[in-house]
Design a protein around this ligand. Structure first.
Ligand code: ZN
Length: 171
């Protein structure tokens, strides 16, 4: 027996999310059906609202409702350092440790040949343009210690070091 069409469709949509297999998608779909209609409405509105209001900062590619974002417009931050991260969530994690009051650059991914993600798919060209414009003293690579993170760090080091800029790494 198969699920009735609307339910099958809902399960299919949940499966588009990262890390969600058929079983989790099924659980999520059933949970939605158990929720009161008003709750479901709120849930859907939050998704649509976030999608409509959240933009990317055209300087650092951080997710923000403002462009330029609140970090790029914060004049108290160290202008001589750009901290490179993979995703906005990594930026948030670093901000929570409060060690860095630098500016950031969000690559929006990592180089991953297996997934077909090449340097051209990331915000690397924009990073180099920004380095040319802002002339920082240091670029800190704060990328995951995964194979992809390593590959991306090496790639960026090779591009940035010859420009006479200090490149350091934190995991
Ligand atoms: Zn920004």
């Amino acid at each position: 027996m198969q699920y009735t069409k609307p339910l099958a469709r809902l399960i299919e949509e949940f499966q588009k999310l990262p890390g969600i297999g058929p079983k989790s998608a099924q659980r999520m779909a059933f949970q939605i059906l158990k929720m009161p209609s008003a709750e479901v409405q709120k849930f859907c509105e939050a998704i649509i609202d976030a999608k409509e209001k959240i933009k990317y900062c055209r300087t650092c590619f951080n997710m923000s409702s403002e462009d330029p974002c609140e970090i790029c417009t914060d004049t108290r931050r160290d202008k001589h350092t750009i901290c490179v991260v993979s995703e906005t969530k990594d930026l948030i994690a670093l901000e929570r440790t409060r060690e860095y009051k630098a500016k950031y650059h969000v690559l929006q991914g990592l180089i991953s040949p297996l997934d077909g993600i090449t340097p051209n798919d990331l915000r690397i060209k924009e990073l180099l343009e920004r380095i040319g414009k802002e002339n920082p003293e240091e670029v800190i690579l704060a990328l995951n210690p995964s194979v992809e993170g390593e590959a991306t760090s090496m790639y960026l080091s090779r591009l940035i070091k010859p420009l006479g800029i200090k490149v350091s790494r934190i995991a």
